[in-house]
Design a protein around this ligand. Structure first.
Ligand code: AR6
Length: 173
């Protein structure tokens, strides 16, 4: 599947292994780490990522990074050059937070564009601890990335398990 300029790909794997310009982290507002993909990125990326996150908290994001926004740091010891941290919404049955989830993908691609990243890898934001149903999370991810004008050569979805891979692959058709 291709976007206007680049291609949209989907693989099963670990995002911390990806040799791309930028990987996206499903972070939380504190930017100070957590479990899931966030924990894996900080563990394998080493302390320089956390140092830059702390500096961001001390400067631009005193109250934390708002849900739906994105900000970049070094990728430390990871193969990627940058980590783009974004904060997905916690899933709610009472309230439709889809626009915030779409915003994570859109804003992250905007940050990637500003950095000049040619290849960008995304995890399935909000579909773990934050409880977003996988099929719906995959639909929003793919629709949003398809709708964004980006000069990236490749936008890669990296799914950790077979179920998530199947959900994203189905959306890509
Ligand atoms: N590579 C790719 N995908 C992964 C990896 C990995 N190494 N590890 C997990 N996943 P989650 P969220 C998948 O919970 O739902 C953190 O504590 C996982 O299977 O990491 O946005 C943050 O600090 C799932 O499909 O992120 C926040 O507090 C997807 O990544 C909170 O969790 C997202 O799961 C964010 O929750």
């Amino acid at each position: 599947m291709s976007t206007a300029k680049g291609k949209l790909t989907v693989i099963k794997g670990d995002i911390t292994d990806q040799d791309v310009d930028a990987i996206v982290n499903a972070a939380n507002s504190s930017l100070l780490g957590g479990g899931g993909v966030d924990g894996a990125i900080h563990r394998r990326g080493g302390p320089r990522i956390l140092e830059e996150c702390r500096a961001l908290r001390a400067s631009r994001y005193g109250r934390g990074l708002p849900t739906g926004q994105a900000v970049a740091t070094t990728a430390g010891d990871l193969p990627a050059r940058w980590v783009i941290h974004t904060v997905g919404p916690v899933y709610s049955r009472e309230e439709d937070r889809s626009a915030l989830l779409a915003s994570c993908y859109r804003e992250s691609l905007g940050v990637a564009e500003g950095l000049g990243a040619r290849t960008v890898a995304f995890p399935a934001i909000s579909t773990g601890v934050y409880g977003w149903p996988l099929e719906d999370g995959a639909r929003i991810a793919v629709e949003t990335v398809r709708s964004v004008a980006t000069s990236a050569e490749e936008v890669r979805f990296v799914l950790f398990d077979e179920r998530a891979y199947a959900a994203f692959a189905a959306q890509l058709g």
